[in-house]
Design a protein. Structure first.
Length: 255
C-alpha cells in the first residue's frame, strides 16, 4: 500500500501487468499516483529502530507469522541509468523493520470492512475480486487505514525499495536477470498477466494472480515486482533536491 510535491502520495513500482526495474520506480510512481492502487506491505511502528545510523536492532528470533525481517543498514537507492526522477544513485540507511510477506488480498480487506475497521472499497475491474488476488481500487488513505487497523503502517519509499531490491541495488527482487513470467506476473508474449485471461468482454486485458504465485525475492518477500502496484507512505517529488535532508536519511521520510 509502498512515498516540491505531486498531486498525491506515490505508489511503488511494478505494475498490474508488467514489471519494470525497481530503480525506475520514481517515474512509475508519478504515473500511477492517480491510478488503481494496491494495499502495500504493512510495517509495525514498533519494529523500527531509531538511533545512530551505525546501530541497528537485530531481527527478532520470532518474527510474526506472515511477516519478514529486513535488517537495518545501508542500501543503494535510485539509479544513475534510470529516468531523471530516479537519479542519482546514492547510499541510504534505514533501520531494521518487519514487512508483510504478501500483498494485502481482496479477502483480507473485505474482512476488515466487515469488522467495521476499514471503509468500503472494491476493485474497479471485472474479475479482480478473487479472495486471494491483491486488493486494488483503494486510495492512499484507505491503504494507510488498513495498516493502522492491524497495528502497522505503510512503509516509506526507502523501506519499500530496500525490501524490494536488497542492499546492493539490484534491478529486481531476484537480481539483475530480465523479468520473465517464471519470476513475476508481467506482460510477455503470452499477453497481460502472463496470459491469464479474465471474465467479460475483454479477456485479453488480463488480471492479477493470487498473491505469492511467484518465488520470493529479497528477504523472502513476494510480488515485489509485477502483479499489482503498491502504495508507500511518502509523497512524490521529481528529484531529491527540494526534499533536502528528510530524503537523505537515515530513515528518510520523504517530502
Amino acid at each position: 500500500m509502498a512515498r516540491s510535491t505531486d498531486s498525491g502520495p506515490a505508489a511503488a513500482v511494478s505494475g498490474p501487468m508488467g514489471a519494470v526495474p525497481i530503480d525506475t520506480r520514481a517515474g512509475v510512481a508519478r504515473r500511477i499516483a492517480t491510478c488503481i492502487a494496491l494495499l502495500a506491505l504493512g510495517v509495525p511502528a514498533a519494529a523500527r529502530t531509531p538511533g545512530p545510523p551505525d546501530r541497528f536492532a537485530p531481527c527478532p528470533d520470532a518474527v510474526p507469522a506472515g511477516m519478514a525481517c529486513v535488517p537495518g543498514g545501508p542500501f543503494v537507492r535510485g539509479s544513475d541509468a534510470g529516468p531523471a526522477d530516479a537519479r542519482p544513485a546514492s547510499t541510504v540507511v534505514v533501520g531494521t523493520f518487519l514487512m508483510d510477506v504478501d500483498e494485502v488480498t481482496f479477502g483480507e480487506y473485505a474482512a476488515c470492512v466487515r469488522a467495521g475497521r476499514c471503509t468500503p472499497a472494491r476493485p474497479k475491474y471485472v474479475d479482480f475480486d478473487d479472495p486471494r488476488q491483491p486488493m486494488t481500487g483503494v486510495d492512499w488513505f484507505q491503504a494507510q487505514a488498513y495498516c493502522r487497523a492491524h497495528g502497522k503502517r505503510l512503509p516509506t519509499e526507502a523501506e519499500w525499495e530496500k525490501a524490494a531490491r536488497g542492499p546492493e541495488g539490484a534491478a529486481y527482487p531476484w537480481g539483475d536477470a530480465p523479468a520473465t513470467c517464471e519470476r513475476a506476473v508481467i506482460m510477455d508474449g503470452s499477453g497481460r498477466g502472463c496470459g491469464r485471461t479474465k471474465r467479460g468482454s475483454h479477456p485479453e486485458k488480463g488480471k492479477p494472480w493470487p498473491v505469492g504465485s511467484r518465488p520470493a525475492g529479497a528477504y523472502g518477500l513476494r510480488d515485489m515486482a509485477g502483479n499489482s502496484y503498491e502504495w508507500v507512505a511518502d509523497w512524490y517529488a521529481k528529484d531529491w533536491a527540494p526534499c533536502g535532508a528528510p530524503c537523505a536519511g537515515p530513515d528518510p521520510r520523504g517530502p
